[in-house]
Design a binder for this molecule. Structure first.
Ligand code: NAP
Length: 299
């Protein structure tokens, strides 16, 4: 393996952790022609990959010793730490590269990179922005952070996992941070969907009808999101000629959502949290400002 510079020979890979995601990663490496070793705490999952050409290691230390690059994909960083920091595995990883694809927080990634440096092991952190069915496919996106030279030197390895490997910065915590910011946005939309479905069901509106209208409404929502991102970036919070809707206008409609929840006895936990942010902005005298002004109260 080259830790920097052009990659000339295909490195040998080991995949540690063969849950839904780890198995998909191992299959993608095999499909791309990489010599692939695998290890999993429960041996049955490794056996399934042996049929597809993977070499099953008898232990995590043997898996680490067998390859140039250890791709780790277990449930949490705590699980990963327990595995990687055992004396046998740590020794086997010296001089190699860990690509950590388990989900973690930015600080967990920074701490793990620090441990790896102390163990003379190169380290890249990754965040998988996909479900297992996207792995190895053209649309599969994985974000990577850490030393850029390491990322560039191993691009062909990352290309095996999906058509869209993205380097997002030398701060090793940034893959996780971007992951969590994108997921935060996703959960906002997904929890919003629960609210929408509860309203439709309470009012006897078919969800198929809702879905047709949701799709027609999408460009409006997308436009508002893009506007919000640029306004937050530029700190343009005052209402201006380009303002799409003031806090006052939003809050007028939002109050009706709270009223409907009350009329129908719907769970208003999520709208109540949003209401508290509206109220902070209103209490600060920002009723006529752009909706983006609420960003000042979410930090
Ligand atoms: P999963 O199917 O539940 O698999 C979990 C894996 O972690 C299994 O291989 C499990 O081993 C292993 N593991 C858990 N605790 C362990 C321990 N203490 N020691 C050793 N191995 C341990 O989960 P997954 O979907 O593959 O997800 C794995 C990681 O990928 C997670 O961090 C997840 O957030 C991330 N991810 C998943 C997706 C997705 O769509 N699935 C998307 C993005 C990111 P056993 O088989 O022995 O239990």
């Amino acid at each position: 393996m080259r830790l920097s510079g052009e990659q000339t020979v295909k490195p040998t890979i080991t995949v540690i952790g063969l849950g839904r995601m780890g198995s998909a990663l191992a299959r993608a490496f095999l499909a791309a022609g990489f010599a692939t070793h695998v290890w999993n705490r429960s041996p049955d999952k490794a056996a399934a990959l042996a049929d597809q050409g993977a070499s099953v290691a008898p232990s995590a230390a043997a898996a680490a010793a067998a390859a140039d690059i250890a791709v780790v994909c277990v449930s949490t960083y705590a699980d990963s730490d327990r595995l990687l920091r055992s004396p046998e595995v740590a020794a086997a990883l010296r001089g190699k590269l860990i690509v950590q694809l388990s989900s973690g927080s930015p600080n967990q990634a920074r701490e793990q990179a620090q441990w790896a440096a102390g163990n003379s092991t190169a380290y890249l952190d990754g965040a998988i922005m996909a479900t297992p069915n996207f792995i190895g496919e053209p649309g599969g996106t994985i974000l990577y952070s850490g030393p850029q030279a390491l990322f560039e030197a191993n691009r062909p390895v990352f290309a095996a996992l999906g058509g869209n490997p993205q380097f997002v910065g030398e701060d090793v915590g940034h893959a996780s941070a971007l992951d969590l910011s994108l997921l935060g946005q996703m959960w906002g939309a997904l929890f919003g969907q629960f609210q929408a479905a509860a309203i439709c069901q309470a009012e006897g509106i078919a969800l198929d009808l809702f879905e047709a209208h949701r799709q027609a409404f999408l460009p409006v929502v997308e436009g508002a999101l893009v506007d919000l991102v640029t306004r937050i970036r530029d700190k343009r919070f005052a209402g201006d000629a380009a303002t799409l809707a003031s806090i006052d206008v939003h809050y007028g409609a939002f109050s009706l959502l709270l009223q409907l929840c009350s009329e129908r006895g719907l769970n208003d936990l999520v709208p109540k949290a949003q209401d508290s942010l509206f109220r902070k902005a209103i209490a600060a005298g920002q009723r006529q400002d752009d909706f983006a002004a609420i960003a000042q109260f979410t930090r």
